[in-house]
Write a protein that binds this ligand. Sequence first.
Ligand SMILES: [Zn+2]
Length: 126
Amino acid sequence: MKSVDLRDRASVQELEEIRTKLEKLTEPQLVELFFQVANRFTVGSFSETSSFEDKPVVAYSSYDFQDGKHEGTLSVACVHDPDVYGLGMEFDVFCQSGTCSNCGVSVISYAKKMICRLCGSKVYGT
Ligand SMILES: [Zn+2]
């Protein structure tokens, strides 16, 4: 995992400035930005016996406050497919879901045509 040199990490004041700016983002913008930044935190464990790669994700799920239980599945948030929508398109809310046919993870997105966060495959939401 790549890490930030502790001498270069953000100060408390810088973190507050970043937080203020992040609060102005839409949900799709926040997830896109997270992925762009979080890609450097991918942990690889490639060897002769392992090909796993751990990636930080944003995930959505439901929690029932009345019975205190998790409901349904945990879905990985995915960004739009830039080959379909291009860059700079504005999206609204997370309303598309599905399953990646390549890796099998449950996915959710603001775009019908998305990119699986885990394997990079194109996924069609419904
Ligand atoms: Zn996948």
